[in-house]
Write a protein that binds this ligand. Structure first.
Ligand code: FES
Length: 104
């Protein structure tokens, strides 16, 4: 099997035990899951060797919706529009970070 060159994690706010109380659930409430089909299509359109995975809460809820790109280890916050996703995918293709959205 060929491993993907890039792995994009999108927070879906899951918590052990299933609860999303307090600040939890922010990413999902802010629509993070609605962007999955868009990201999938962009990966295909761009011919990127990338995989997308939805994750549990990444414990940076104040910055939600959160996206993380590996192997670079770029953590992005407030990713709430297709324009921001495009900027991140452009940066991946260019081998850079989309610095304006970095939280870590
Ligand atoms: S719900 Fe996404 S970081 Fe906590």
């Amino acid at each position: 099997m060929d491993k993907p060159e890039h792995h994009i994690f999108v927070c879906a706010s899951f918590r052990a035990g299933g609860e999303t109380k307090g600040k939890g659930g922010v990413c999902q409430k802010k629509g993070s899951m609605n962007f999955l089909p868009y990201i999938e299509n962009e990966i295909l359109d761009r011919g990127m060797n990338a995989q997308i995975t939805s994750t549990g809460c990444m414990k940076v809820c104040d910055h939600g919706p959160v996206m993380v790109v590996y192997p670079q280890g770029f953590w992005y916050g407030e990713i709430d529009s297709e324009d921001k996703i495009d900027a991140i995918l452009d940066a991946i293709e260019d081998g850079k970070a989309a610095k304006e959205f970095l939280i870590a």
